[in-house]
Design a protein around this ligand. Structure first.
Ligand code: GLN
Length: 278
């Protein structure tokens, strides 16, 4: 029977990535990565070894590690992810940080997360702000099912999930804050045919010829769903900050801004619905 050490070495060579090999072996054995280190001489059951070999081959063919293990960490949450959801990215935590900074401290602010996917953004905000009431939408019923399971598994009670194409099902609802990580990649961007993106839902990634179709809809739609002084905040591509600010200003938002991620690239923009003047 093969030993843990041998399996790990073989997969590390095949994948040219020792960390990924260890994540997949730990997953196949139902153990932690530290367990692997302490048990490198243990013999592995041939059924487990075969399951591991299959995972390694799928990874070698390009499938994202998070889809193979079925989960990914985001903020302080452990989230289930499936091919129905985008895999949460570390840079999206910037959106959560900014959203938390903008939430009214008093009362029970209402927050909408549009296109929630795995639920990452809504659940992170809801966990940090137990007094906030979150409404999270997605156009995909399959994604919403994953998001609902993530809310239950992480014991986050203050999020309600609704199937909706942006604001379509939110008639009459008003929020203090609207956040979104919408699709924002140009439809002909060659990156869509590379790496993890090949396996992620196209509907969560691509958005028309300039990648801004959904951002336009959200900017225009949010005006009728924000309270006076309420904030809209969304993620976008590194080269879309200028366009995002122009769209926000053209739609009448105030205090329009763009913020950079840890790699100093434009990553989120936002603006505030003006107060109604008499
Ligand atoms: N940040 C993702 C990427 O470029 C895209 C996510 C999105 O379109 N919302 O890989």
């Amino acid at each position: 029977m093969p030993e843990v050490r041998q399996l790990l070495a073989g997969a590390a060579t095949r994948l040219r990535d020792r960390a990924e090999a260890a994540i997949l072996l730990a997953h196949a054995l139902g153990k932690s990565r530290s367990w692997l280190l302490a048990h490198s001489d243990d013999a592995v059951d041939p059924t487990d070894a075969a399951a591991f070999a299959a995972l390694v081959e799928r990874r070698a063919a390009g499938e994202p590690v998070a889809y193979l293990t079925g989960h990914r960490g985001f903020w302080t949450l452990e989230l289930e992810v499936t091919p129905a959801t985008l895999i949460p990215r570390a840079e999206t935590e910037l959106l959560v940080e900014r959203a938390l900074a903008m939430l009214p401290r008093q009362g029970a602010p209402r927050v909408a997360d549009l296109g929630t996917g795995s639920g990452a953004i809504a659940l992170a905000i809801a966990r940090e702000c137990p007094h906030a009431r979150l409404l999270a939408t997605d156009a995909s019923a399959a994604a919403l099912a994953v998001a609902r399971r993530n809310a239950a598994a992480n014991r986050v009670p203050n999020v309600v999930f609704i199937e909706s194409d942006w604001f379509a099902a939110l008639e009459g609802e008003c929020f203090d804050l609207v956040v979104s990580n919408p699709p924002y990649i140009a439809a002909d961007d060659p990156h869509l045919a590379q790496g993890d993106l090949r396996f992620e839902p196209a509907s969560a990634l691509a958005s028309g010829p300039d990648g801004l179709d959904d951002i336009r809809r959200i900017i225009v739609g949010a005006r009728a769903h924000l309270v006076e002084g309420g904030w809209l905040l969304f993620e976008h591509g590194w080269d879309q900050g200028g366009a995002a600010r122009e769209l926000l200003e053209a739609a009448g938002y105030e205090e329009v801004f763009t913020a950079q991620d840890l790699e100093q690239r434009d990553r989120i923009s936002g603006g505030r619905r003006p107060s109604n003047r008499p």
